[in-house]
Design a protein around this ligand. Structure first.
Ligand SMILES: Nc1nc2c(ncn2[C@@H]2O[C@H](COP(=O)(O)OP(=O)(O)OP(=O)(O)O)[C@@H](O)[C@H]2O)c(=O)[nH]1
Ligand SMILES: [Mg+2]
Length: 365
């Protein structure tokens, strides 16, 4: 299924720093603008405390987290859409992602110059938005030209397509993002094939210094004011601090470090979960003495599709799913007790799996 989240932002705002914290891989962090020459790709564990709760009542050999893919794209600059900076080449890398994490510099530093001379996250946000919009406008224009030809050739459906795309051209041309244009569901098909960059769902991450980890700062406030009413999620993360924490091998040390900063969990864990939600993903569990495991599905997937995520044989030979709700299991503490209490549900292939369901798939091959 491989849904992917891309990290974007202007250069030197801490994208790779944050990427390294969540991916455990080691992309190159440097204070030179545009030093990065390739996108970093990482598989990220999605932290889910419920796994450990389940393990309190189900003895097991191992716990397996579910994962998602994250791409760290080198910094974009003003003019990227027209070939400025190295970022231009990487607009393509963003196009392949399903959601965007937009990192904003919200920290001061005497040593680290900002590419545009001062720290101003709202300006940065607009810089990136503008570049993405410029690219989107090109895509929309191209498709309009094609459709107008089709209209002249008498294709019936093309006219409606044009109408929809004109709306997008006006909207994006007004420096608005495609995602904020409200259109009818049946009209989506005219733009979905363009994979517009500003259509992708986005989370904003304010990268702050250690002192501002808890309560933010003036820069964060300016972002909040700017984004008011947009419905987009804004997270505050102290990137440099989190990088130090991620360096520690020992979990106790990490927790102590976090407590000192007044945090109850790494901010990047929150970020990964937020990205997971943004991608419309949810989790079901399988539990047993060999492993307790979290699996990823898209919202709305059926029991037989979920079975297919585990193994294609389970989907092909699907007979039924035995379902226990997470909360029922936490109340009764065993499959047996849930069965006795009538809380083990027998569901068919079209059952819509809910987040947190414990599934046992019965199948034959
Ligand atoms: N003071 C401070 N410095 C930071 C913080 N986060 C990152 N840095 C520093 O900022 C510089 C750039 O960080 P990177 O993570 O490489 O930035 P980037 O956004 O990936 O940059 P490009 O890949 O060039 O676009 C490095 O010197 C980091 O150590 C932070 O929260 N506070
Ligand atoms: Mg980088």
């Amino acid at each position: 299924m491989a849904l992917q989240c891309g990290i974007t932002g202007v250069t030197n705002v801490g994208k790779t720093t944050i990427f390294n914290c969540i991916s455990g891989t080691r992309g190159e962090v440097s204070s030179y603008a545009f030093s990065a020459t390739k996108s970093n790709m990482g598989i990220v564990q999605v932290p889910d405390p419920r796994l450990y709760e389940l393990a309190k009542y189900q003895v097991t050999e191992k716990i397996v987290h579910t994962t998602m893919e994250i791409v760290d794209v080198p910094g974009l600059a003003r003019g990227s859409s027209h070939g400025e900076g190295v970022g231009n080449r990487f607009l393509g890398d963003i196009r392949n992602t399903d959601a965007i994490i937009h990192v904003l510099r919200c920290f001061d530093s005497d040593t680290l110059q900002h590419i545009d001379g001062s720290v101003d996250p709202v300006r940065d946000l607009e810089t990136i938005d503008f570049e993405l919009q410029a690219r989107d406008l090109e895509s929309v224009e191209k498709k309009i030209q094609k459709l107008e030809k089709a209209v002249r050739a008498g294709e019936k459906d093309a006219k409606q397509g044009c109408e929809v795309l004109y709306k997008f051209r006006d909207h994006i041309g007004n420096m608005d993002n495609a995602r904020t244009l409200e259109i009818k569901n049946e009209d989506r098909k005219y733009v979905d094939d363009l994979f517009l960059l500003t259509m992708k769902p986005v989370i904003y991450v304010c990268n702050v210094d250690e002192q501002s980890a808890l309560s933010g700062n003036g820069y964060v406030d300016s972002v909040r004011v700017h984004m008011k009413g947009s419905g987009s999620e804004i997270l505050v993360i102290a990137g440099a601090l989190e990088a130090e924490i991620a360096e520690l091998d020992n979990n106790e040390d990490r927790m102590a470090f976090l407590r000192d900063a007044g945090l109850d969990e790494p901010g990047v864990d929150k970020l990964v979960r937020a990205a997971y939600r943004l991608l419309n993903l949810q989790t079901f569990f399988t539990i047993g003495p060999k492993e307790i495991r979290a699996w990823t599905i898209k919202k709305g997937m059926t029991a037989s599709q979920a079975a297919g995520v585990i193994h294609s044989d389970l989907e092909k030979g699907f007979i039924r799913a035995e379902v226990i709700k997470y909360n029922d299991f936490m109340e009764l503490h065993s499959e047996h007790a849930c069965r006795e209490a009538g809380r083990l549900l027998i569901e068919g292939r079209n059952y819509i799996v809910e987040d947190g369901d414990l599934l046992h798939i019965r199948f034959n091959v």
